[in-house]
Write a protein that binds this ligand. Structure first.
Ligand SMILES: C[S@@+](CC[C@H](N)C(=O)[O-])C[C@H]1O[C@@H](n2cnc3c(N)ncnc32)[C@H](O)[C@@H]1O
Length: 174
């Protein structure tokens, strides 16, 4: 699901090339036009939650469509990532950013200029569990989910800091 017909078109093309039967939907989240309990698995990730203005509404949407016994899987940039500079010589915490800020302006490739919403790990977990899903796994990783292809190798990605996380939550069986 994506509200960009360009992104959905690219996904459809990829699925066709791989002969994978996929149905893509152009729609905005929250407000997913899918039936209640219709999904075995919902995946959200790799730069999706930063576009969610209302994390609770997103979580409620997910909980509505995941069937009893089904799962939510999230693989995302760690919420601390906006704090790390891309300096290559040493890790620095950016003085213009806060872990607890509502949003920040992206000033690096590829989303340069975009305002990204920030959600702490606590806010994300609380939104998911408040929507009725049960947290099963939450792991934090040093490796970012994405590295720029221009060769930048920030010291923040050398293994000492969290750069991504994975979360698995389950819809209780009825
Ligand atoms: C970085 S990409 C996500 C990548 C993808 N999830 C993956 O794992 O490769 C972010 C996508 O979110 C879409 N998007 C942003 N806000 C959205 C919203 N409110 N509803 C639906 N799609 C949205 C954008 O069009 C963009 O294609």
């Amino acid at each position: 699901m994506d509200y960009s017909s360009v992104a959905v078109g690219a996904a459809r093309q990829r699925a066709d090339e791989l002969h994978v039967p996929c149905r893509y939907v152009v729609a905005e989240v929250p407000g997913v036009p899918l039936k209640d309990d219709s999904a075995d698995l919902v995946y959200t990730g790799k730069g999706a939650l930063i576009w969610m203005r209302d994390i609770d509404a997103w979580a409620r949407d997910v909980a509505r469509v995941v069937r009893p016994g089904g799962h939510l899987f999230v693989y995302e940039a760690h919420p601390a990532v906006p704090l790390w500079s891309w300096d290559e010589d040493d890790v620095r915490v950016r003085p213009d950013r806060s872990y607890f800020a509502e949003s920040h302006l992206n000033d690096t490739y590829p989303a340069n200029g975009a305002r990204e919403w920030q959600w702490t790990l606590g806010q994300i977990v609380t939104a998911i569990t408040s929507a009725g899903l049960q947290l099963q796994v939450l792991e934090e990783y040093a490796e970012p989910f994405w590295r720029p292809q221009n060769g930048t190798n920030a010291a923040a990605w050398s293994g000492r800091l969290p750069n991504s996380y994975a979360l698995l939550a389950r819809q209780p069986s009825q």
